[in-house]
Write a protein that binds this ligand. Sequence first.
Ligand SMILES: [Cu+2]
Length: 278
Amino acid sequence: MSTRWSTLFAVAFAAACAPRTTDRAAALVTFTAAEYAFQGPDTLAAGLTTLRLVNHGKELHHASIFRLAEGKTLADLQAAMTDVMSGKAPPPAWVSYAGGPNAIDPGDSTTVTEVLAPGHYVVLCMIPGEDGQPHVMKGMLHPLVVTGTAPAAAPALPAADVTVKLSDYDFVFDKPLTAGTHIVRVDNAGPQPHEIVVAELAPGKTAADFVKWETGGEKGPLPANRWLGGVAGLDNGASATFTVTLKPGNYMVVCFWPDAKDGKPHLVHGMIKQITVS
Ligand SMILES: [Cu+2]
């Protein structure tokens, strides 16, 4: 009897003391990437969401989330992307950029947590294949409808142990990244959209070597060993968190976002930073 009472008491006590997380816990949603398609849900409920990307493919993939303005369709986006990719037009003003998990290697997975507002979205991969064509042009895009109503107060993102501020054209960390697993908060201070992707540098290579490789037509071996995720293109003023596990070594954080003025990736404008993790 006493055991039973103490069990009941323990249960009641735990219930009374448990943080009321039910309305704040992030919904977990998984997208799987392969050549050249995503598998994942077609609809989601609005609110705090953890987006998990699993790369089942043989190439690098990410899941960049574009939001379409009211009345715009996937066909409108596809038509616009053809012109954007061929350099005929800048990205249309009716597209906004809602983050998503950034590039990871085949066999890896990563998570990003962010608040999704109701609306029409497209999950797509902008990473180029060996022929230089972004995967989105090979059909790697997935429409997504976010349903429901936006919460009156934006839900808080998970508590982060490191924050990085993105801006034209810099990454500023509030403290150094160390070995281990971190929740990193990403705040885009703009004015342009930006992304962050973390990569481990190849032995003896530097971030400057990567810029040379990228601007020299990506010839020779990639000066990076492994891509560890981050947050894909994010609007000015937006925030998200991502999880990353680092071991001691040399890394870089990079933004490939096309510049509003010259169309060149932001890394050419200095938006790349080498990091030593100890
Ligand atoms: Cu940028």
